[in-house]
Design a protein around this ligand. Sequence first.
Ligand code: IPE
Ligand code: IPE
Ligand code: MG
Length: 258
Amino acid sequence: MFPEWKGVFRRRTAQRVENDRPCRAEEIPIHVAVIMDGNGRWARRHALPRAAGHHAGMLAMRDAIRAADDWGIQVLTLYSFSTENWKRPRQEIDYLWRLVDEFFQLDIDELVERNVRIKIIGDPSQLPQVTQNTIARALHRTKDNTGLTVQFALNYGSRWEIVKAVQEIAYQIEKREIAVTDIDEKMLSDYLSTSGLPDPDLLIRTAGDQRISNFLLWQIAYAEFVFVNEMWPDFTRKHFYSAIQAYVARERRFGGLK
Ligand code: IPE
Ligand code: IPE
Ligand code: MG
């Protein structure tokens, strides 16, 4: 149970942030996806080990989740570990899993309180058993929540996800449960791990690089891209706010005319 004062504090926070929404409520992107890049460079600039950069990145992530919730974003997808990140030194990878444990231990109560629903996309089966357990608990505790959905892309790769979807569809055909002509865009979308959620409206990548790095290739067909130069640990609510304002100023045509 939360002490009484915590509820009061939260209501005040909600009050304060009500006025800081970057645009009108109906203009807010429904789904924002973020490539949280630059933790290592941030650490190097501060003459700190890469682990310190990842830790600082976790704090930035917490603020981004709070802002997304306060502003009424419905889905926030956070690229946390790619299928290619296994190429990194063992020590760094181990630290990242420890950080996942730490994040859920520290933040789960607040996430539950905020009515956040947690989802994981990617393959958690290769993660340490402790981390898998922590994740399973977090999923269980938030499964009936109806507020912001936070999707963590953990051991996620878009090509992996598409190959898996194609295999599952092919298997259905092999069993003669569907015909080849039944395959359409909706079916493929339904076999992806993001199934049931709208595609991202806005994709933000920090740290200056302008590439996708195997993230949501199918789902970002019509997303607006905002690349920012700040390293992820320096990405604050203010930068998030500006990214949304940049998004709102865009004209989305989806191939049509305006
Ligand atoms: C992003 O920061 C976090 C992960 C990929 C886990 P990086 O660790 O890629 O930081 P840079 O790109 O080396 O600065
Ligand atoms: C993308 O960042 C993956 C995550 C943020 C988890 P990377 O640092 O792995 O991407 P590249 O290697 O620069 O393309
Ligand atoms: Mg990087």
